[in-house]
Design a protein around this ligand. Structure first.
Ligand code: TSB
Ligand code: ZN
Length: 585
């Protein structure tokens, strides 16, 4: 999909279109005030204050019509330059523009505004010459947005749109947007009954429905088995901890803005945990360790709670209550490289199993200027960052660097993927930490009986089951591999009167074998049932008609294919069991 912001010509066009939008809104709602209207990757938006009036999607065509009318009129777009005091005078009744102008530095900024007909807006420009050039646009959606992106401020209304030079380009873009929306896991998740949300439970707190619970359980079993083979030891720990636990770890000082507020119970202060590391540090400290015991790998499918801005929560991808596929690896300094390599190998192995190809490794480093967010110890950071680079270079992993993306306790290697809608997100992560083991005074005994401090590697391969499910639903467009599908086989008798008995027998047999099977014995037409089976993304639709009953066979159609295959019942069952066992894609 084209990135409008990176295309100079389209940027100008889209920015001019944002002004056209503002002008139309002003015509329709004279009380409207405007904050900012930037160009973004997907077009443009404008943040608008309409006092108490709330717009809905239905208002967009009305605004579009007004925009078309203004564009047809064809006024020139004229630039004026102003001094700061002139600008302050000109916009004196507009708190938003005054806010912007007040922050401009008179000496090195030219303050400019642009006028088209009866509408003037403060703007740096540049713009197209006349509004006539703004022909091929579309308003896409409307949402709320806090002023300056701060939840403490009041809410503005954000209208999104996009503009192109030709109607063909616009049409192609809209088509692409529609396809993308179809791939959105929130839509797929609803259609396939994977998860739901409810205001009474709260924002960012999805409820996994039976179909989703199956997917999650299968993912848990899958990764548990991989980790078991790699000598991970799994634990269960509580999803709360005392404030003191998080003061010891440093989360209280460096991660508090991402945490839910504390709660008082009797004489203890608790927080819902945002991470599991402190609990795992205590599990490690529960036993004495010799240098020969390391690495020790403590894993958990652990629930965490994080404060994510209400505008940022999104389906299963960004939630406030999540379950991490977490582990903390306690290693000797000489084992860092080898253990890190094993984690990267596991990530690659898992991605291969799922057929995930489109991802990037990102080396996330601290921002040395940000003393609040990152633990302040230059030596420790340099050591950790250099060690990580050294490991990555020696194993030939390709990555790019991102400043300010590290965890507060250390640098990390993240895997970044692009969801159907919205910016990139992190899936897997592998993080190097010299800090937490020190803060928890963890030790192991070396061969001379001396107590030394281990190093910790934090890692999450599937990231969270929540985000991974969101991602895999989008990757597969809802058609999950057989082993992961909530319903694996749908048996459809052609005629209940003659074929139901045979179908029921097959249903029972498959169910006894542990296959997730459904029998569609409704009195509906075959074509109708087949279409529904495809819509529900059930990998196999098995058709039972006269021929099948007589030959003791089955016919099946794979979801998405028009081809029907017939074979003996035994052969089919063997193939299915094999496909599930092999976790074929
Ligand atoms: C790996 N302490 C480490 C852990 O040991 C940790 O918590 N790392 S994390 O902060 O990067 O989170 C791990 C993973 O959780 C991320 O890689 C990401 O895939 C996933 N994740 C983070 N925030 C959210 C969220 N709000 N919703 C869903 N998944 C999330
Ligand atoms: Zn951790």
């Amino acid at each position: 999909m084209i990135n409008i912001k990176e295309n100079e010509k389209l940027s100008v066009l889209n920015h001019s279109c944002a002004h056209l939008l503002a002008q139309a809104v002003k015509h329709l709602y004279p009380e409207a005030k405007f904050w900012v209207g930037p160009v973004v990757e997907e077009g443009f938006y404008y943040d608008i204050d309409l006092n108490d009036k709330t717009l809905t999607e239905e208002d967009l065509p009305v605004i579009e019509r007004e925009m078309k009318k203004i564009a047809k009129d064809g006024k020139r777009i004229v630039r004026h330059e102003l001094t700061k005091s002139e600008a302050l005078e000109m916009f004196k009744d507009d708190m938003y523009k005054i806010d912007l102008i007040s922050r401009m530095d008179e000496s090195d900024t030219v303050i400019s505004c642009y006028t088209q007909g009866d509408f003037t807006d403060l703007c740096r420009g540049p713009h197209v010459e006349t509004v006539k050039e703004l022909k091929n646009f579309k308003l896409l959606k409307i949402s709320g947005a806090y002023w300056k992106g701060d939840a403490k401020n009041h809410m503005l209304q954000r209208i999104y749109g996009v503009c192109f030079e030709t109607p063909e380009e616009l049409e192609a873009h809209l088509q692409e947007l529609e396809e993308r929306a179809m791939r959105d896991h929130r839509k797929i998740g609803k259609n396939l009954d994977i998860f739901m949300t409810h205001d009474l439970v709260g924002k960012g707190m999805p409820l996994w429905l039976p179909n989703g619970a199956i997917v999650r359980k299968e993912l848990e079993n899958y990764i548990y088995e991989k980790e078991r083979k790699l000598d991970y030891k799994h634990v269960y720990t509580p999803c709360v901890g005392t404030v003191d636990l998080y003061k010891t770890s440093g989360h209280w000082d460096h991660y508090q803005e991402n945490m839910f507020p504390k709660m008082q119970v009797d004489d203890e202060e608790f927080v819902l945990r945002p991470m599991n590391c402190p609990h795992h540090m205590l599990v490690y400290a529960n036993t004495l360790h010799s240098y020969r015991d390391l690495p020790i790998r403590i894993g958990e499918f652990a629930s965490d709670f994080r404060y994510e801005a209400s505008g940022a929560v999104k389906g299963l991808e960004r939630v406030r209550c999540m379950c991490q596929n977490d582990a903390h690896l306690f290693v000797r300094p000489d084992q860092i490289g080898e253990e890190f390599k094993k984690v990267v190998a596991l990530i690659l192995d898992v991605y291969k199993d799922f057929g995930i190809k489109d991802y990037k490794f990102r080396l996330s480093l601290r921002d040395p200027e940000d003393k609040e967010k990152y633990f302040d110890d230059d030596k420790m950071w340099n050591e950790a960052e250099n060690k990580l680079r050294e490991v990555l270079d020696s194993y030939g992993v390709e990555y790019f660097e991102a400043i300010g993306e590290a965890a507060f306790y250390g640098p990390k290697l993240d895997v970044e993927v692009k969801p159907a809608v919205g910016p990139e997100v992190t899936l897997s992560t592998c993080q190097l930490d010299f800090l937490l083991p020190r803060r928890f005074e963890l030790t192991y005994v070396d061969n001379e009986g001396k107590k030394l401090t281990p190093v910790v590697i934090h890692r999450a391969i599937l990231g969270t089951f929540d985000r991974f499910t969101a991602f895999i639903l989008e990757e597969t467009k809802g058609l999950l591999p057989l082993w992961l599908s909530p319903i694996q086989i749908n048996i459809i008798p052609v005629n209940n009167e003659y074929h139901l008995e045979y179908a029921e027998e097959l249903y029972k047999k498959l169910k006894d074998l542990g296959i997730r099977v459904e029998l569609d014995d409704r009195n509906e037409k075959l074509g109708y049932k087949m279409r529904e089976s495809v819509m529900k993304k059930i990998p196999y639709a098995v058709i039972i008609g006269q021929k099948e009953v007589e030959d003791n066979s089955i016919s099946y159609r794979k979801c998405g294919s028009e081809e029907t295959t017939t074979m003996s019942k035994e052969e089919f069952i063997n193939n299915i069991l094999e496909e599930i066992k092999n976790k074929s894609n």
